[in-house]
Design a protein around this ligand. Structure first.
Ligand SMILES: Nc1ncnc2c1ncn2[C@@H]1O[C@H](COP(=O)(O)OP(=O)(O)OP(=O)(O)O)[C@@H](O)[C@H]1O
Ligand SMILES: [Mg+2]
Length: 251
C-alpha cells in the first residue's frame, strides 16, 4: 500500500458541474481537480462563468447538478454553519478586491479575524497576525492609512493580506491582476507566488491575463462553453493549433 502522506490529496474536486441562470446555461459539465500545494489557472473569456465557478466553490451560489467537494466535504450538503467553517480555510480574493473604505488598513485586516476567531478580539495575537500578513505583501508601513490613500496595486496587496490572515488552505483568486498596468500586474503575480509558497496553500487563479497564468501556475485549464475545454502547461497550450486555445495565446 502506498503511503497516503506521499500522494498529493485533492483539495477541490469538481465533477460534471452544471449551473444555469434561467436560459443562460453557464456551466455545462465542468470537471476539475486541484491538489494540495498546487497552483492552477482557469482561463476563460469574459462571461464564460469564471466568477460563477468560484462562487459555487465557496457555496455562495447553489449548483444545479454535479459534485463539488472542497477539503473533503460536499459543499451543496453543508449547513450555513459548516459553510462558514469551510470559508475560514478557503480564502478568496474577489474580482475588484474591494476594501472597506471607511476602515483603515489595520481595521480591514482585523475584520476577518474578529469574524472567525472570537477569542482573538483585539490583543497582541491579533496585532501580530495583522502585521505579519501586511509584511508578507510588503506594506507594513500602510497599517494606519485609509484605502483612499492607496494606489490600485497597493489595494490589491492589502486585499491579499486580508485573505492570508486566516491562513487558508486554499486561495481562490478572481482576476488578481485585473485593472492593473502590466508592470504592477507582474509584481502582483510574483507576489502571489511568494505568498503561496510561504503559506503553503493551494491556489486556483481565475484570469484572462496570460502573463499572470504563466508566472503563477504550472497547469492551465481553459473554460469554454461551460466545460473544461482543454488543459496543459503554458508551453503546451502556447504551441497548440486548436483555434479556441489560439484565441488566448495569439500574440
Ligand atoms: N447571480 C447571477 N444571476 C444571474 N446571472 C448571473 C449571475 N451571476 C452571473 N451570471 C451570469 O453568468 C454568466 C457568467 O458570469 P461570470 O461573472 O461568471 O463571468 P466571468 O467569466 O467571470 O466574466 P469576467 O471575465 O467578465 O469577469 C454571465 O452571463 C452572467 O450574466
Ligand atoms: Mg469574473
Amino acid at each position: 500500500m502506498p503511503e497516503k502522506g506521499n500522494i498529493a490529496q485533492p483539495v477541490i474536486e469538481i465533477k460534471d458541474l452544471y449551473k444555469s441562470f434561467g436560459n443562460n446555461h453557464v456551466l455545462r459539465g465542468f470537471d476539475f481537480i486541484l491538489n494540495e500545494g498546487e497552483n492552477v489557472a482557469v482561463l476563460g473569456k469574459s462571461g464564460s462563468g469564471k466568477s460563477v465557478l468560484i462562487k459555487c466553490i465557496i457555496g455562495l451560489i447553489k449548483i444545479d447538478r454535479g459534485q463539488m467537494n472542497v477539503l473533503g466535504q460536499s459543499v451543496p450538503d453543508l449547513s450555513q454553519k459548516e459553510l462558514d467553517a469551510i470559508r475560514r480555510d478557503v480564502g478568496f480574493l474577489f474580482q475588484g478586491a474591494a476594501l472597506y473604505d471607511s476602515m483603515s488598513v489595520k481595521e480591514n485586516l482585523e475584520f476577518p479575524l474578529r469574524r472567525h476567531h472570537e477569542k482573538m478580539n483585539g490583543g497582541t495575537s491579533m496585532s501580530k497576525r495583522v502585521e505579519e500578513a501586511l509584511d508578507s505583501v510588503g506594506l507594513l508601513h500602510t497599517l494606519h492609512l485609509m484605502p483612499s490613500e492607496l494606489s490600485g496595486g497597493m489595494k490589491k496587496r492589502v486585499a491579499l493580506a486580508r485573505t492570508l490572515i486566516l491562513q487558508p488552505k486554499i486561495i481562490l483568486y478572481d482576476e488578481p491582476t485585473g485593472g492593473l498596468d502590466p508592470i504592477t500586474g507582474r509584481e502582483i503575480s510574483y507576489l502571489i507566488n511568494e505568498v503561496q509558497s510561504k503559506y503553503k496553500a493551494a491556489a486556483l487563479i481565475i484570469t484572462h491575463d496570460l502573463v499572470c497564468a504563466k508566472i503563477t501556475t504550472n497547469r492551465i485549464v481553459i473554460l469554454s462553453e461551460g466545460k473544461n475545454y482543454i488543459e496543459g502547461s503554458y508551453d503546451e497550450l502556447d504551441q497548440s493549433n486548436d483555434t479556441i486555445v489560439q484565441e488566448f495565446f495569439k500574440k
